[in-house]
Structures are given as structure tokens and as C-alpha cells.
Design a protein around this ligand. Structure first.
Ligand code: DO4
Ligand code: MG
Length: 278
């Protein structure tokens, strides 16, 4: 089942049957270990009213005001290699090799909800950055108890010139206004995603494809549960959280994003998140 956050309602897509429920408090609606049963109950009882479809222009980012967005890094070999290349001159390359092998993963705070945009909204690149990429990432919806109840698509916008200059600049490379996009929906399921699930990304400039790549979830070195356990080790999330799981697609060093570029990220069973660079 997929749910879409709209301004004061939640739209439900139950295998092509659409419903709408008035929801004013997204945080408490979503922070439910049994969300799938709750949704089924709302449909069964008629509390969710029938709808004809999803109004795409009304979709907002599926994050509440009390939820934080966290991210994990260097969880795929491609990210380790890309980062080692960009940080060779700064002497930071070893850090990426070590964290890829270490028991403790790289985990970082990505954004407060006001810095996150939704489907069809604009993502930004920093004015003081010269090399910028989107990072397409499976993103977990996790309740306050630490249970993964759903999945969405995330774009962890990153400045490679800033993080490559010095790994200690990571928060500046990663966190700024409109530095992350998530959506369009949350895929609610009580089963883990199939390992063969494909994540793919297409970047277009003036309607021409300038980058295309894909990776399967089985290429991820860590499990979603392992990542959640580290994020939740010493932090509580009273309203639940969203956690990006790292990128396995990194464009070559000759590619940088430009204003006007369109980024399309698709994950099988979830959908396609589309954003244009401001
Ligand atoms: O260490 C830098 C960030 C890594 C990251 O965001 C990723 O691998 O997705
Ligand atoms: Mg990332």
C-alpha cells in the first residue's frame, strides 16, 4: 500500500484503489508500528473515503514537523571508490576505506523537515560549491520504537567539492536549504524489500539525458536494520524518523549538476521522485 502526504489529507493507493483520509497530525498518524493494519482498518470501516486518483500537484514531502532526516554513507562500494577519488588530494581517502569495512557505519544528521522538499519541488546546490551531485537513496520510515514500517525515495544532494576538500566539511557539503528531496509516497509494507529491487536515476539537461545509472539493493553492504540500530543507539525519536541508506550511484568526476537539470529517481514498487535544480 502507498500513502501520499497532501496538505490536510493522506491519499491511499491500495493496488489501484484510491482513498482519502483527513489527517491534521501527520507525525502521530505515521508513528504507528501497525500502520499497515491501521490503513486497512480505515478502508474496511469506510473512514477512508473513495477517491478517483492522486492529485500529483498536491503532494508534499512525506515528513512531519517533528521528524528528523538522517542519512548513512559509504554503504555501497561505488560510494567508497567515488569518495576516495575526490578526497585523495586532501589525504582523506583512508577514512572512506576504513568506514566501508568498519563495524560502525557512517551515520550523519541530514536535515530538519524545513530543509526537505517533496516531489516536483526544487532542490538546491550551494553557491559556494563547484561540484554537485544528487544521491539516489532508499529511505526508511522508522517509528519511535525503531521499527521500519515503510520506504520512500530520497535524494541526498551533495557538494563533492566541499566534502572532497576536507572530510570535516561534511555537514556543509550535506546540509543546507533544500538539500534533500523525499517522496513521492511512502510504500507501507510488513515485508522487507526484495534484494533485487532496482534503484535508478536519470538526469536530463534541456530535455537531453546527461546521466543514467542504476544499482540493485543487494549491492548495499549493510542491512536497513543494522543502519537503524546505529542511528537509534543513543538518540530517541519521539515522532519517528526518516533514514537515507546511502548511494550506490555516483556520476563520474566529469559530471556536475547545473541549474535547470531534472533529476528522476525511481525505485521499484515505490515510484519515481522528480526534482529540478533551482
Ligand atoms: O561520506 C560522505 C557521504 C556518503 C554518502 O552520503 C553516501 O554514501 O551516500
Ligand atoms: Mg548519501
Amino acid at each position: 500500500m502507498k500513502i501520499y502526504k497532501l496538505n490536510s489529507t493522506v491519499a491511499i493507493d491500495d493496488n489501484g484503489q484510491y482513498y482519502s483520509v483527513p489527517v491534521t497530525d501527520w507525525d502521530s498518524f505515521i508513528n504507528d508500528d501497525d500502520l499497515l493494519s491501521k490503513l486497512k482498518g480505515l478502508i474496511r470501516s469506510g473512514k477512508a473515503s473513495k477517491a478517483t486518483g492522486i492529485e500529483e500537484s498536491a503532494i508534499v514531502a512525506p515528513v512531519g514537523s517533528g521528524q528528523e532526516l538522517w542519512a548513512c554513507g559509504v554503504t555501497y562500494l561505488r560510494s567508497k571508490v567515488g569518495r576516495q577519488e575526490e578526497s585523495k588530494a586532501s589525504g582523506g581517502a583512508d577514512f572512506y576505506a576504513k568506514v566501508y569495512e568498519a563495524e560502525r557505519p557512517e551515520v550523519f544528521f541530514k536535515a530538519t523537515p524545513n530543509r526537505v522538499v517533496g516531489h516536483q519541488q526544487k532542490v538546491r546546490i550551494r553557491k559556494d560549491s563547484t561540484w554537485d551531485v544528487p544521491e539516489p537513496e532508499l529511505t526508511l520510515l522508522v517509528t519511535s520504537s525503531g521499527k521500519i514500517i515503510g520506504y520512500t525515495i530520497g535524494n541526498d544532494m551533495s557538494s563533492r567539492s566541499i566534502e572532497g576538500e576536507n572530510p570535516l566539511y561534511l555537514p556543509q557539503a550535506k546540509t543546507y536549504d533544500a538539500c534533500a528531496a523525499i517522496g513521492p509516497c511512502i510504500y507501507i509494507t510488513d515485508r522487507p524489500l526484495d534484494k533485487s529491487t532496482l534503484i535508478s536515476m536519470v538526469i536530463s539537461r534541456d530535455s537531453q539525458k546527461v546521466f543514467e545509472g542504476s544499482v540493485a539493493l543487494e549491492q548495499m553492504k549493510r542491512t536497513p536494520e543494522e543502519l537503524v540500530s546505529f542511528v537509534y543507539r543513543a538518540c530517541s525519536f519521539p515522532q519517528g524518523s526518516l533514514i537515507m541508506t546511502g548511494t550506490g550511484i555516483v556520476p563520474g568526476s566529469d559530471f556536475t549538476l547545473e541549474s535547470g537539470d531534472e533529476i528522476r529517481i525511481s525505485i521499484e514498487n515505490i515510484g519515481t521522485l522528480v526534482n529540478v535544480v533551482a
